[in-house]
Design a binder for this molecule. Structure first.
Ligand code: NAD
Ligand code: DAO
Ligand code: ZN
Ligand code: ZN
Length: 370
């Protein structure tokens, strides 16, 4: 058992509490890692808000980390102490029906327990004052030390700066991957990106890499436009500046609609706009945003009958263990940058400030340094 500084979510809607928790060592097939840095993503705020049907409390949130392996449990062969890793909320076992299908990154090997805030053996490694604390998304990166299943870590180059590539643990991979992997945007395509937070801005980077001809950023907060243009958006529009639906505006701007759109907010009304701004006959819309339990999307079925395609993407469709190290390499080669995303850095004691900045629309990503 070791002590670890951690930000504990005691209950929904309560600020995180910084305490010293107890962390049990890794069991068979598990690894103990030291988190060097972690980003704070909108999904952490979503779970803390109480809207997440899988949200259990008390828990240690966080899923966008960069870490060093400290100890491995019996039977672990793919990593050893000292290795640098990115925790994966979408594991890759390589053996389940989903992994073997070659059609999805949604490995199901530990889904049942991960969704309940538990390790694969049905127990938790965290406790505080003798009472158990739940894991979160199989990662719990808001703790200096955390235990992960071996299939939930991607081994990456030791040269990569963990305080930056931690963003590849969620936001940047999710946005870039949705464009490059899920939609497979073609050179010369027109693209609309709804929501210019960490995910939407990463989708812009993906669209630039895919050589899209036109990249339209849409956000109700115009403070996001400068950075979106810096990253490659060719134009930015604010739905609040128009007195008609934003999909009509985009259809007019693009001679019938865009080739691809991406919803990076988590708003079912915007999801409809994103579908309906797509070009008749071939336009594809990808849902990335996560919405509260019970909410539903709607459109007229004729939108699909006439050739538009509606799909979704989790973690950019990226298989974490086999493909994420390649994304890190691409970053190291200078194919994309991460500095623009990191608008704030702070210590763990200030983590609630990171949530405030996100809610106020003042940050893209705050990175917590342990
Ligand atoms: P964020 O809060 O940083 O960004 C959201 C942006 O949307 C903000 O800039 C906000 O101003 C804008 N916005 C809000 N309402 C809007 C509206 N009605 N019209 C236009 N713009 C609007 O969030 P983020 O970290 O970028 O995450 C975005 C979404 O992606 C969240 O729902 C998050 O849970 C989800 N997410 C999904 C995955 C996945 O794998 N599918 C992974 C990570 C995050
Ligand atoms: O396999 O049923 C499943 C769940 C996969 C989880 C994928 C989560 C993607 C959306 C949540 C955003 C994470 C930050
Ligand atoms: Zn995330
Ligand atoms: Zn699997």
């Amino acid at each position: 058992m070791i002590k670890s500084r951690a930000a504990v979510a005691r209950a929904a809607k309560q600020p995180l509490e910084i305490v010293e928790v107890d962390v049990e060592g890794p069991k068979a097939g598990e690894v103990l890692v030291r988190i060097v840095a972690t980003g704070v993503c909108h999904t952490d705020a979503y779970t803390l808000s109480g809207a997440d049907p899988e949200g259990v409390f008390p828990a240690i949130l966080g899923h966008e980390g960069g870490a060093v392996v400290v100890e491995v449990g019996p039977g672990v062969t793919s990593v050893q102490p000292g290795d640098h890793v990115i925790p994966l909320y979408t594991p890759e076992c390589g053996q389940c029906k989903f992994c073997r299908s070659g059609k999805t990154n949604l490995c199901q090997a530990i889904r049942a327990t991960q969704g309940k805030g538990l390790m694969p053996d049905g127990t938790t490694r965290f406790s505080y004052q003798g009472k158990p604390i739940y894991h979160y998304m199989g990662t719990s990166t808001f703790s200096e030390y955390t235990v992960l299943p071996e299939i939930s870590v991607a081994k990456i180059s030791k040269e990569a700066p963990l305080e930056k590539v931690c963003l590849l643990g969620c936001g940047v991979t999710t946005g870039m991957g949705a464009v490059l992997n899920t939609a497979k945007v073609q050179p010369g395509s027109t693209v609309a990106i709804f929501g210019l937070g960490g995910i939407g801005l990463s989708a812009i980077i993906g669209a630039v890499m895919a050589k899209a001809s036109r990249i339209i950023g849409i956000d109700v907060n115009p403070a996001k436009f400068e950075i979106a243009k810096q990253l490659g958006a060719t134009e930015c529009i604010n739905p609040l500046d128009y007195d008609r639906p934003i999909q009509e505006v985009i259809v007019d701007l693009t001679d019938g609609g865009v080739d691809y759109s991406f919803e990076c907010i988590g708003n079912v009304k915007v999801m409809r706009s994103a579908l309906e701004c797509c070009h008749k006959g071939w336009g594809e819309s990808v849902i990335i945003g996560v919405v509260s339990a019970g909410e539903e999307i709607s459109t007229r079925p004729f939108q699909l009958v006439t050739g538009r395609v509606w799909r979704g993407s989790a973690f950019g469709g990226v298989r974490g263990r086999s493909e994420l190290p390649g994304y890190v390499e691409r970053y190291m080669k200078g194919e994309f940058e991460l500095d623009t995303f990191i608008t704030h850095t702070m210590g763990l004691n200030d983590i609630n400030k990171a949530f405030e900045l996100m809610h106020e629309g003042k940050s893209i990503r705050s990175v917590i340094h342990f």
